[in-house]
Design a binder for this molecule. Structure first.
Ligand code: TYD
Length: 427
């Protein structure tokens, strides 16, 4: 490592917070009864303290700027802070730096409490020895003072990483090295003008400047399971969105299907016209689609270190064909062994809902496919099979209470994923 301590700016450096910030600014201008300036001007707000920006870019008095800031924060505290994502590769950089023994901190013009909340919600708080933001009464906090505070008690060689000229100017004023990053909001002209020690285009390049290499994660495989009507596809979408925002390179896929040939097999499987299909044919077609899916999509993605999220996987076959169709859970598990070829999920989330509730939800949903149109006793035995599988593979298959609003369920799923990924050393 070329530095013992690394200080990061937050917005535009670690996270892409622009969408949330811009929406909150529009809300604030509406509240002040002023037309919002054009986006070119609004983007100048990304970085410097808010009150200062309202005064400098819109000619407001301090009193009006403080009202603007308060209106902004009203939306920010409820909605805006969540409209954010960790830039790709940033997590791999933070893990690499931490493993190399660097002291990491955040110095941001954002309010301290909001910054700590964001770091926690986006699963990056534990990488940092200090997260320093501003106090709500401190309208004109200087970046260099924030950097100094974030390094309190430390006297080794430190570097500042930021995406705005103000980050670089603060580092220069403190006599520190700095790295300007081009994926944020400053732009090349602004950053070159600020005279940084280094200017980098990618996180990989930043790692090299700091004297390390990005951490190469092993793949992580999550499958989602549950009865028809448990809300699984909604949860798959929500979980996928969250994982992307958390900065994971995520591939979302589904079964039956998920790749070209497998989707062709899916059409045969779900076509209501195929009334003459034997149960064994059905089980083997699901396994055949899976064999293709594993080799085309799942295994290559895991080998590339990605996070794979599959809406249904092998447990669906064991529950639906093994128990629902009555072929026997063990037999169907065995048929699937060569299809799966050892590629099992690290975590299977079972969306657990009362079987009767699931049936009612299913009735309200759109036109049923060949499997969904089966009678209640079929779906009840599927539910029972899932519970047996959960006991058999207690380590891998974890239930999540699937009652409540989609957001409530999504919160439970995410916390399970967090715990399992932490155990696996991937966060
Ligand atoms: P789909 O429209 O994807 O439903 P869902 O949103 O509930 O996943 O259809 C998949 C159907 O196929 C679903 O009813 C479950 C069934 N299925 C099996 O019977 N065996 C399997 O191995 C898989 C993957 C799915």
């Amino acid at each position: 490592m070329n530095y013992e301590a690394v200080v990061f700016d937050l917005d535009g450096t670690l996270t892409d917070s622009a969408p949330g910030i811009l929406r909150c600014l529009e809300f604030a201008f509406e509240r002040l009864g002023r037309p919002a300036p054009e986006e070119r001007v609004l983007r100048k707000f990304l970085g410097p303290p808010l009150v200062r920006s309202f005064m400098d870019f819109c000619g407001m008095s301090e009193e009006e700027a403080v009202r603007g800031r308060d209106a902004y924060l009203e939306r920010y505290h409820t909605l805006g802070w969540k409209e954010n994502r960790v830039f790709p590769d940033i997590r791999s950089l933070l893990i690499a730096l931490k493993r190399a023994g660097a002291r990491l901190s955040i110095a941001t013009g954002k309010q301290g409490e909001a910054s700590a909340k964001i770091a926690r919600a986006f699963w990056i708080d534990h990488y940092f020895d200090a997260v320093v933001g501003t106090a709500s009464s401190d309208h004109f906090a200087e970046k260099k003072d924030l950097i100094t505070r974030s390094l309190a008690g430390f006297s080794g060689k430190a570097v500042m990483i930021g995406d705005r000229a103000s980050d670089i100017a603060a580092a220069n004023a403190l006599g520190m090295d700095s790295v300007a990053v081009l994926w944020g909001y400053g732009g090349r002209a602004e950053l070159e003008g600020a005279n940084p020690t280094y200017l980098v285009e990618s996180v990989e390049e930043l790692a090299a400047v700091l004297g390390t290499e990005l951490f190469h994660s092993r793949g992580f495989f999550i499958s989602l399971e549950g009865n028809d009507g448990c809300g699984k596809s909604t949860q798959a979408d929500l979980l996928h969105g969250s994982l992307v925002c958390l900065g994971f390179d995520t591939v979302k896929t589904r079964e039956p299907g998920g790749s070209y040939v497998a989707e062709k097999i899916r059409e045969i499987l779900l076509d209501r016209a195929n009334t003459g299909m034997h149960d064994m044919t059905e089980a083997m077609l699901y396994a055949a689609a899976r064999a293709q899916h594993v080799r085309d999509v799942i295994r290559p993605a895991l080998q590339a270190g990605k996070l794979v999220l599959s809406d249904r996987y092998v447990d669906s076959s064991v529950a639906y064909q093994g128990a629902g169709r009555g072929l026997g859970m063990e037999l169907v598990a065995r048929i699937n062994e060569p299809a799966v070829d050892g590629c099992l999920p690290d975590l299977t989330v079972l969306l657990d809902i009362d079987a009767q509730d699931a049936l009612r939800r299913r009735e309200r949903a759109s036109r049923a496919d060949r499997i969904e149109m089966l009678d209640d006793s079929f779906h009840l035995s599927v539910a029972q099979a899932y519970h047996e599988l959960m006991q058999l593979h207690a380590d891998r298959i974890r239930p999540v209470n699937a009652t409540g609003t989609p957001d409530e369920v999504a919160g439970r799923v995410l916390s399970l994923v967090h715990d399992r990924m932490t155990e696996a050393g991937l966060i």
